[in-house]
Design a binder for this molecule. Structure first.
Ligand SMILES: C[S@@+](CC[C@H](N)C(=O)[O-])C[C@H]1O[C@@H](n2cnc3c(N)ncnc32)[C@H](O)[C@@H]1O
Length: 154
C-alpha cells in the first residue's frame, strides 16, 4: 500500500471550523488523485479534529506517530522536513527513488514539524529543495506525490 501520514495540531484546528473541514477534504481529494490508498492521521488536537473519512480508501486516526510506526513495521518510512528543521542525514526529493509499494510518506504538523533525531534502516529523511520558505504540509505532500507520479511510480 502507498500511505500518507499527516499530523494535526491545535494551532491548525482553530475551532473545528468549515475551513478545517475543507482542508481535510483537500488532503483526501489530492491523495486519491495520486492513487494513494492509505491515509493515516496523527490527531494531536485537544478536542479531536472533525473529519469524515472517505469510504473508498483505508483511513485511520491515531494519537501518536509511534503507534503508526509500530503498526506498519515492514513499510519504508519517508519523513519530510524543511532543511532548517532537520538534524539527521537527508536527501533532496529530486534524488529520491520512490519505493513501489509498502511505503509511508510522513509529514509533520504545521506548527511543530516532526522532530526526528535518529533514522532506522528502512527510514529516510527527505527535503524539498525549493527555497528558504517552509511549506504547508499539504503542499509538501502534493509535491512529493507529484514527484512519485512523474518518476513513474503511479
Ligand atoms: C509548516 S511545516 C513545519 C514547520 C515547523 N515549524 C518546523 O520548522 O519544523 C509542516 C510540514 O511540512 C513539510 N515541509 C514543509 N516544508 C518542507 C520542505 N521544504 N521539504 C520537505 N518537507 C517540508 C514537513 O513535513 C513539515 O513538518
Amino acid at each position: 500500500m502507498i500511505g500518507i501520514v499527516i499530523c494535526l495540531e491545535d494551532r491548525w484546528n482553530y475551532t473545528q471550523s468549515d475551513r478545517d473541514i475543507d482542508i481535510m477534504q483537500m488532503y483526501q481529494e489530492t491523495i486519491k488523485a495520486f492513487g494513494v490508498n492509505l491515509f493515516l492521521i496523527v490527531d494531536k488536537t485537544t478536542n479531536g479534529m472533525v473529519h469524515k473519512f472517505p469510504f473508498d480508501i483505508e483511513c485511520a486516526s491515531y494519537k501518536t506517530l509511534d503507534e503508526i510506526l509500530g503498526r506498519y513495521p515492514n513499510y519504508v518510512k519517508l519523513y519530510f522536513e524543511h532543511p532548517n528543521a532537520i538534524s539527521v542525514d537527508y536527501i533532496t526529493l529530486d534524488k529520491l527513488v520512490h519505493p513501489k509499494d509498502n511505503v509511508l510518506y510522513i509529514f509533520g504538523g504545521d506548527e511543530n514539524g516532526l522532530n526526528i533525531t535518529k533514522l532506522k534502516d528502512n527510514e529516510k529523511m527527505i527535503s524539498i529543495n525549493v527555497s528558504n520558505y517552509i511549506l504547508w504540509s499539504i503542499i509538501a505532500m502534493t509535491i512529493a506525490l507529484y514527484d512519485r507520479y512523474v518518476k513513474g511510480n503511479n
